[in-house]
Design a protein around this ligand. Structure first.
Ligand SMILES: C[S@@+](CC[C@H](N)C(=O)[O-])C[C@H]1O[C@@H](n2cnc3c(N)ncnc32)[C@H](O)[C@@H]1O
Length: 243
């Protein structure tokens, strides 16, 4: 890990100009506009890789429909709307994302997935979902979001607040690798650069631990590898937790 720290310092040094731009607020406002275009290209490729896992994960969504048989679903960090294709017909959807520049991509995805019904589109971070009332949602979904949020605990507290009792939180997230692995070594080296080019994304987040600490009544979680081990985003957690 000494070598990882040295390399990480070198990366930080190379990133000094970017760090300065970020401090001045210029990088953030520029990259928030660019990132949706990047995700519009990357998300379909990623979906292709995890299509089977997502199909399997979302196959029991209906189980959590309310008494009327309708499923009220909130997706946090919706991005380009890459998950809509996996949602069941008639699903009543609320999308929350702090980046308004995703809107046009999300609307395109909606036009291609007419089986879901958009009820609300809110520009909000997962830490502050004031627009959504307590206990009103059957299912909350997060994919590749908890790596980017400012405060995972606050997001999970909001998830618990908006879910009705017996509702479920579905997740698919890339996470920190085993600390003794080469993947973790690369995660530590690449983290400072990844943060800038992944819109705040951290490669080495221990999301599994945060989920375990949250007051869910049931947690179904497994670790999977999505890409070869030398790719720093390869270790993932997938599953759902019940309130
Ligand atoms: C890597 S993209 C993933 C998008 C989409 N969920 C997917 O699977 O393709 C990360 C998303 O999280 C959003 N995001 C970043 N910080 C967030 C926060 N604090 N709360 C909610 N969403 C956030 C970004 O705007 C972006 O849409």
């Amino acid at each position: 890990m000494v070598l990882a720290s040295c390399l990480q310092r070198c990366v930080r040094l190379l990133l000094l100009p970017l760090h300065l731009l970020a401090r001045l607020g210029a990088w953030g406002s520029f990259y928030k506009r660019v990132f949706p275009y990047i995700m519009a290209k990357v998300a379909p490729l990623y979906n292709h890789k995890v299509c089977k896992q997502k199909q399997e994960l979302f196959s029991n969504l209906r189980k959590f429909a309310g008494p009327s048989g309708q499923l009220t679903l909130l997706e946090i960090g919706t991005g380009t709307g890459t998950n809509f294709q996996f949602y069941p017909p008639g699903c009543r959807l609320t999308c929350a994302d702090p980046n308004p520049h995703f809107r046009k991509f999300l609307l395109k995805s909606l036009s291609e997935n007419r089986h879901v019904k958009l009820e609300h589109l809110v520009v909000a971070s997962g830490e502050k979902l004031h627009q959504i009332r307590d206990g009103t949602v059957d299912v909350v979904v997060c994919t590749l979001v908890l790596c980017s949020v400012t405060n995972v605990q606050k997001v999970l507290a909001e998830v618990l607040r908006v879910l009705r009792l017996g509702g479920a939180f579905y997740f698919l997230e890339h996470v920190a690798a085993d600390h003794s692995s080469w993947t973790y070594f690369w995660q530590k080296v690449c983290d400072p650069a990844w943060k800038y080019f992944g819109d705040g994304c951290s490669l080495s987040r221990e999301t599994e631990k945060e989920l375990e600490k949250t007051n869910f009544s049931e947690l179904n979680l497994r670790r999977i590898r999505v890409t070869p081990y030398w790719i720093p985003t390869s270790p993932h957690i997938i599953g759902y937790a019940v309130k």
